[in-house]
Every structure is written in C-alpha cells, then in structure tokens.
Design a protein around this ligand. Structure first.
Ligand code: GDP
Ligand code: IMO
Ligand code: MG
Length: 423
C-alpha cells in the first residue's frame, strides 16, 4: 500500500482539516508530519465545530488510527487542553492516538523566546503565532532539543533544567520587556507532561512502514501551507518546518517512492495571516467582503486574515514543488454574488512579464497581471452535485485546470463535512 499526502498550497488555512476529515473514511491511518500548535484545523459536522491543533484530523472517525509523527513539535500544555476538548465526544484517544518518540517538545521558555524574538524585531516581526515554534525547531536543528522519548527517561528534568536556564539568559539578551512567571508556567508544563505520558509513545517510522507492509492505507496530513515552507516559502516570513511534500518523508520516515497521490488544497481566493509579501492582496471593499463572508479570522490567534485574489503564479509554483496530482478547491461559495472575479496569471516583474515565482515578491518588484471573469450568483452551499453548478463556476474551474494542468477533484461549498462535492 501507499501513502497519500494532503497539503495546503497557499499561506495556510486552506481547509486541510475539513478535507482530511472527509477523506478519513478511505484510510486506516492519518499521520501529521510537521508543525505544531501553530496550526488550527477546523472540522464541522452534526452542527458542531472543532478546531484541532496537534491532533490529526482523523480523530473523530471510529476506525482510523492517528499518528503524530517525528516532524511535529508538541506543546504538552496545549496538547492536554486539546485532549480535554475531546472528552465530551467519547473518543478513546489512548487507543487511537499515538505519538512519535522522535517528535520534539515545546518548552515554556520556547514560547517566551518566540515572544522576545518577535518583540525585538519591532515592525519587521514575522507575526508568529507565539506558540514557540521557531525556537523549538532551532533547538532541534541545533541538536539541543528535548524529544518525546526523553520524557520516559528518569533524568529528563536535568536536561530540561539546563536548557531552560540557557533559554532564560537568551531571553535577557533580547532586552525586551516580557513579563512572565516561569515557576507557574513550569508547574503547568510538568503536570501536562504527566498527562501526555498516559498516551502511547512509539517508534512511528517503524509503525508506519510495518502498516504499509500489512496492506494498510495512510493519509499524511500537512499543516500550514507551501508558501510558509522554511525553504520554499516567502522567507523569512515563513514557519520553521518543511510544509511541502518532502516534509512528509522526513516528518514520518516514509520513503519518497511510497507516496502516491498528492492532494493540493487551495481556496478559490487567497488569504494570509501574519506579515510578509502577498502580491494579490486587496485593500478595498472586495477584500473586506471576502474576509467578512469567508469569516477569515485565524483559528489559533483570532487575528483577521488578509484577503486577495487567487494567485496562479504562486499556485503553479506550489503544485510543481509538491508534485500535486489532484486539486481541491475550497470556499467558492464565499465569492457568490461578487460583481466579477480576478485571477492573477502572471507578474509584471521589474517591467517584464513572468510566470514563475521570483526570489523577491515585494510590492516594489512585482505587480500582478489579472484575467477577469464573470462571477457566479447562485448560492452554492446547498448544492450536492456538480451538475447543479452555475456556468460561471464551471468556467472558472475549467480555466484553473487548464492553467495548472491538474484536475480539481473536490469542490468544497461550505464548512460542513457534507458540503463537499466530488468530481
Ligand atoms: P486549515 O488550517 O487548512 O485546516 O483551515 P482552517 O480551519 O484554519 O480554515 C479554514 C476555514 O474555512 C474554517 O473556518 C473552515 O470551517 C472553513 N471552510 C472550509 N471549507 C469551506 C468552504 O468550502 N466554504 C466555507 N464557507 N468555509 C469553509
Ligand atoms: P494551518 O495549519 C496560517 C503563520 C503565522 C506567521 C508565520 C510563522 O492552520 O494552516 P509560526 O507560529 O509558525 O512561527 O508563524 O506562519 N502560520 C500560519 N498561518 N495557518 C497556519 O496553520 C499557520 N501556522 C503558522 O501567522 O505568519
Ligand atoms: Mg488553520
């Protein structure tokens, strides 16, 4: 059996959680491969909305196993709160949720370092979610981190103390005014670690490869989006992990030749939270309408998401890097009734028309070139079949498929699990 891979093609919040939940019925195992509680994956069904942070989006299905892979960073405090949120839903997470021993632990001081680093940058800040993601991955690659497997060792608190003490001197180095009570944060952290230890810690690469040999199917769930990738995103305004397809190999321990389908998710327009360039961003009423109708507020921080037209230059780039085999278009329902639509098909880059994403996409270098479309007027949210689609939506889909040379296999017409149309 093979691994299928699902990831976001824009700047995150494309609707990954919803689609993983929809697809879970077809898989034995759902495995998260990178990121941490900076993610907010929203699922809606039976009139209830759930936001998952570190737990894979397959957790609500009885049959499937859920794996948190080695590429993920886990904050025990956030994680335990997330588990508590599931308590009312009768989910046997001690049996259904397993954690890689090689995943790294977010310490309270990692969160403080994130805040100190951001405060010291002033206007140049990344706009991080302040969940300690950057500092934790820095300790991972710097070979100083604490891993989930370490928590099983009797002397792990000594290692913890040494690292936390080092972090405290680093926080001072930033010379910013950050108020905190580390004793209180540590008490909460140690308590959460004990609860976390009630779960099964495993060698997840071995578990997943054995599952493949046993004929089980795996869906790898990405977090963030391709343009937030540490290598290929809009650096430095990115997250600290590989959000693109290769991240699934390193974040789970599955070989590239085990990956079959690559599902690429995108919104029918574009959004971004936090700082950084966004060529098709709208600052007018149209952008404000997208934000309002699409309820574009961050699932983690509640910050308003910046909105703009679909950017095919960026989307083409993301499809290429990830080897996308199937596309899924989300939130077309949000655009119903707009006067017209625009899609960026190329950039004017310092006076020259280009179709690839250049090194620098700051506004002084790049002006989007748009193609205009008539917009559909009908409400899509009650539609259950492609045959009900308005002509304008079909034309939009056909245009995107022709430009990207990849089929759009799912069109999502609302946040609920049932508002999903397969083509
Ligand atoms: P993720 O991080 O990629 O899982 O996406 P988020 O959950 O952060 O953000 C997607 C938001 O859009 C959530 O509030 C979803 O409930 C919502 N959503 C997903 N698909 C659709 C859709 O097709 N239409 C509408 N209107 N909302 C959607
Ligand atoms: P999901 O999985 C949208 C953004 C932050 C910031 C930058 C770095 O829900 O799509 P970090 O906390 O990772 O150091 O922040 O990345 N960011 C996200 N934006 N969706 C996410 O996750 C994000 N995770 C991080 O806003 O600009
Ligand atoms: Mg999200």
């Amino acid at each position: 059996m093979a691994v299928d891979l699902l990831l976001g093609l824009q700047w995150g919040d494309e609707g990954k959680g919803k689609i993983v939940d929809v697809l879970t019925a077809n898989y034995d195992i759902i495995a998260r491969f990178q990121g941490g509680p900076n993610a907010g994956h929203t699922l809606e069904f039976d009139g209830i909305k759930h936001v998952l942070r570190t737990i894979p989006s397959g957790i609500f299905h009885k049959k499937s196993m859920n794996v948190i892979g080695n590429g993920v960073v886990i904050d025990p405090v956030v994680f335990v709160k997330e588990l508590e949120g599931l308590d009312q839903f009768d989910i046997d997470y001690k049996a259904k949720l397993i954690v890689s021993r090689k995943a790294h632990v977010i310490l309270p001081t990692h969160r403080l370092l994130d805040a100190a680093s951001e405060a010291s940058k002033g206007k140049a800040k990344i706009g991080s979610t302040l969940k300690g993601i950057g500092p934790t991955y820095m300790d991972k690659t710097g070979r100083n981190g604490i891993r989930i497997g370490d928590l099983e060792l009797p002397n792990w608190k000594e290692k913890y103390r040494a690292l936390a003490t080092k972090h405290e001197s680093m926080i001072e180095f930033y010379k910013v005014d950050i108020q905190y009570d580390l004793d209180e944060m540590e008490a909460e952290f140690f308590e959460a670690v004990e609860r976390l230890k009630e779960l099964q810690f495993i060698d997840s690469e071995e578990y997943l490869n054995q599952a493949l040999k046993d004929g089980k199917s795996i869906l790898a769930e990405g977090a963030q989006g391709s343009l937030l990738d540490i290598d290929f995103g809009t650096y430095p305004f990115v997250t600290s992990s590989n959000t693109t397809a290769s991240g699934a190999c390193t974040g789970l321990g599955v070989a590239p030749n085990k990956i079959k389908e690559v599902y690429g998710i995108f919104k029918a327009y574009t959004t971004r939270v936090g700082s950084g360039p966004f060529p098709t961003e709208l600052f007018d009423n149209v952008g404000a309408e997208m934000a309002k109708i699409g309820r574009e507020f961050g699932a983690v921080t509640g910050r308003p998401r910046r909105c703009g037209w679909l950017d095919l230059v960026a989307l083409r780039y993301a499809c290429e890097i990830n080897g996308v085999t199937q596309l899924m278009m989300m939130k077309g329902d949000v655009l119903s009734g707009f006067d017209s639509l625009e899609v960026c098909t190329a950039y004017n880059y310092n006076g020259k028309e280009i179709k690839h994403l250049p090194y620098n996409i700051e506004p002084e270098n790049v002006t989007p070139i748009y193609t205009k479309f008539p917009c559909w007027k009908d409400d899509l949210t009650k539609m259950t079949n492609e045959s009900q689609f308005p002509k304008e939506l079909n034309e939009y889909i056909a245009f995107l498929e022709a430009e990207l040379e990849i089929p759009i296999k799912i069109v999502s017409v609302g946040p609920d699990r049932t508002q999903t149309i397969h083509r």
